[in-house]
Design a protein around this ligand. Structure first.
Ligand code: ZN
Length: 277
């Protein structure tokens, strides 16, 4: 199965961190000028900003605000630190509401000084603690499974099966999952679990990029679609088969690309999106 070639940009969203050297205002202006329709905003891009006004600016320029990145990092052996994490997540919910973002992506966290199972329990507790505030604000929460190479400190949720299981256990229409091809492309159960997401109506986000081979950095060497070994088109076909009609979100952290001219990078992203996604 392969997905139909993309011919327009109506479903293209770019994460602000992809063009990190640009301020949020510059990113908005340049994305919009190239015909991009969506933006996912990283919280660091909102530092020293009036968040409400920034949200208005993004909408006025013609962008849909797709999500706020990110919440999470719930687990910690120390109770006091878990409390701080909850406070930060409640702040993220307020920020999302001010910005007008309908969804927060959760990078769930892990504490290497305790077992993965303990971290997972604390993740579930954390999500359940912030859930009433998120639901009251009309903000959805997407559990993003991260590649197992990040299981020590970034996330104890490493497969879509685990994310689906947790969303099913929490059982709220406000809690779903984010599928990021970078984290999940290798998983033999990916197609099956994407189908399961669709059946449970909790496939909230779809993130795309590529896995450079060989990769030179575990965090900051993501590739443009088509540069690496991820079958982005095939995975997109599975996502579309669920009825997903949201944005395809380009999320690339790359020291290499951040050093290049960002206007040229934006053109490369659009080309890769049309030709290799
Ligand atoms: Zn992602």
């Amino acid at each position: 199965m392969s997905a139909k070639q993309i011919t327009d940009l109506s479903q293209l969203c770019i994460h602000s961190i992809t063009t990190k050297p640009w301020s949020i205002e510059e990113a908005a202006k340049n994305y919009s000028a190239e015909g991009v329709k969506g933006i996912s905003v990283w919280r660091d891009a909102l530092a020293n900003r009036n968040i409400k006004q920034t949200g208005q600016l993004l909408r006025d320029i013609g962008l849909n605000i797709v999500s706020l990145c990110r919440g999470g990092f719930f687990p910690d052996k120390e109770k006091e630190k878990r409390k701080l994490a909850i406070e930060d997540n409640l702040k993220a919910i307020e920020e999302a509401a001010e910005l007008g973002a309908p969804l927060i992506v959760l990078v769930c966290g892990a504490d290497p000084s305790q077992s993965l199972n303990d971290s997972r329990k604390q993740i579930q507790e954390g999500i359940e603690t912030i859930l009433p505030n998120a639901a009251a604000a009309g903000i959805k929460l997407a559990i993003e499974p991260l590649h197992p190479m990040y299981a020590d400190t970034r996330s104890a949720i490493n497969t879509l099966t685990q994310a689906n299981d947790m969303a099913a256990k929490i059982n709220s229409s406000s809690v779903g999952v984010a599928v990021d091809v970078y984290h999940l492309w290798w998983d033999p159960f990916l197609e099956k679990e994407i189908i399961r997401c669709g059946e449970n109506h909790h496939l909230f986000s779809f993130h795309i990029c590529d896995w450079n081979s060989p990769t030179t950095d575990m965090l900051l060497d993501r590739g443009l679609m088509g540069d690496g070994c991820i079958p982005v088109n095939k995975i997109r076909s599975w996502v579309e088969a669920t009825g997903f009609d949201g944005f395809y979100e380009v999320e690339i952290f790359s020291d290499k690309y951040w050093q290049q001219d960002q206007s040229q990078l934006l053109k490369k992203i659009i080309k890769a999106y049309k030709e290799n996604s």
